[in-house]
Design a protein around this ligand. Structure first.
Ligand SMILES: Cc1ncc(COP(=O)(O)O)c(C=O)c1O
Length: 391
């Protein structure tokens, strides 16, 4: 039977690669999973007050469909959070979604038509390209220097055509840990405005930074057409509960989108109501669990990067945020980064993700691993990677 041609362009390397590991597990081999960016899988948990808020909501009978745009109190609290980061938003500008994933789908569905081009930071989180392709659009990667977290503005300019409609920013970035500073964000907003582009900015790792203070797009956005994507999966440790949001900056150019996009929210009825109550608690309750989580991650980051850089044939820039390392395979007997990853898996039982899964132009020749496991587990996985590259 027929399937749409567009589905062929959909890939999600982070999970697609798991089938290789499953085959080995079925043969009785033990696998160390360093592929998925899910802190909750590695022992971190939402704090008790947040879990209790979820249970309480269910017990209180909050088990019905929520308003399509989201629970009013939650929209208010989200608007406050984003306003504090500098964005010009109020509760009416917030749309609660089933994770950023759904928000991104809604945004791309609302703006992309056949052959429209969307600029993505190279390398990028894979769904950005998939959702663009699903709507008939063309993802175009622009260069970002991983070592000093700087976007190449000239490269962006050279890639803008009459078909370009939007630029996507992800800061901190998955897979590189690049965090844009205020100047970089300002340069990006300027080039977008000069060319009449939507600015889609993903700040899901906004509080997971290690070296310098995080600066949000709101700080430099003014009244530019910024569509912010954020959620509760990473900072708030609620991956499995699937909650995120879209925030529309106060910009006259966003009016048509603001009128139309919420129809998609109504078509899918609503997000999970008890989880929205828990998310409200996660924003309003004690916040110290976040700094504990980030300090713990910093120790793991420092260990992972130090060790990777001491291994023959690998070099790794220092991720300034998020929880991924993205080493470059300087020399290898394997033809592609995917061969490297499959061979590492087969010979040492360590599952990572091939860099080309994050965009072939800038991701190829790398692999991604998460530094989420506890120190002992992480160290033992790094031992195995070291044995592998030393062979
Ligand atoms: C940059 C980025 N955006 C969005 C997501 C997914 O977000 P959500 O769980 O809210 O759908 C991820 C998950 O890895 C991510 O790295």
């Amino acid at each position: 039977m027929k399937v749409s041609k567009k589905i062929a362009g959909v890939e999600y390397a982070i999970r697609d690669i798991v089938s290789e590991a499953t085959k080995l597990e079925q043969q009785g081999k033990k696998i160390q999973y360093l592929n998925i960016g899910d802190p909750v899988k590695y022992g971190f948990q939402p704090p008790d007050n947040v879990k209790e808020a979820l249970i309480k909501a269910i017990q209180n009978g909050e088990n019905y469909y929520a308003p399509s745009e989201g629970l009013p109190e939650l929209r208010e609290a989200i608007a406050q959070k984003e306003h504090n980061k500098g964005l010009s938003v109020s509760a009416d500008d917030i749309l609660v979604t089933n994770g950023i994933s759904e928000g991104l789908d809604m945004v791309m569905s609302s703006i992309v038509e056949e052959r429209d081009e969307v600029l993505l930071p190279g390398p990028y989180y894979p769904p950005y390209a998939s959702y663009v392709r699903l709507r008939g659009g063309v993802p175009v990667e622009f260069e970002v220097d991983m070592n000093n977290s700087t976007p190449d503005i000239d490269d962006i300019r050279s890639k803008i055509t009459s078909k370009t409609i939007a630029i996507c920013l992800i800061s901190p970035n998955n897979p590189t840990g690049v965090v844009f500073n205020e100047k970089a964000l300002k340069d990006l907003v300027d080039v977008a405005n000069e060319n009449n582009l939507y600015i889609i900015c993903d700040e899901i790792y906004d509080q997971i930074v290690f070296d310098e203070k995080f600066v949000g797009i709101g700080k430099v956005a003014g009244n530019s057409p910024v569509i912010l994507l954020n959620g509760f999966s990473k900072v708030n440790l609620m991956t499995g509960w699937r909650l995120g949001y879209i925030a529309f900056n106060n910009s006259p150019e966003l009016e048509p989108l603001r009128e139309n996009l919420p129809k998609l929210a109504r078509v899918r009825i609503s997000t999970n109501l008890p989880v929205q109550h828990a998310a409200l608690e996660s924003l309003q309750g004690p916040q110290d669990y976040i700094s504990k989580f980030v300090s713990e991650l910093k120790i793991r980051r420092d260990l992972a990067i130090k060790r990777l850089n001491s291994m023959p044939g690998l070099s790794c820039s220092n991720p300034r945020g998020a929880f991924y390392a993205f080493p470059k395979i300087e020399q290898s007997k394997f033809d592609t980064d995917k061969d490297f990853v499959i061979n590492l898996l087969n010979s040492k039982g360590v599952l990572t993700v091939h860099g080309s899964g994050f965009g072939t132009q800038y991701g190829s020749g790398h692999f991604r691993l998460v530094f989420l496991p506890d120190i002992k587990t992480l160290d033992s996985a790094l031992d195995k990677i070291e044995e592998f590259v030393s062979q």
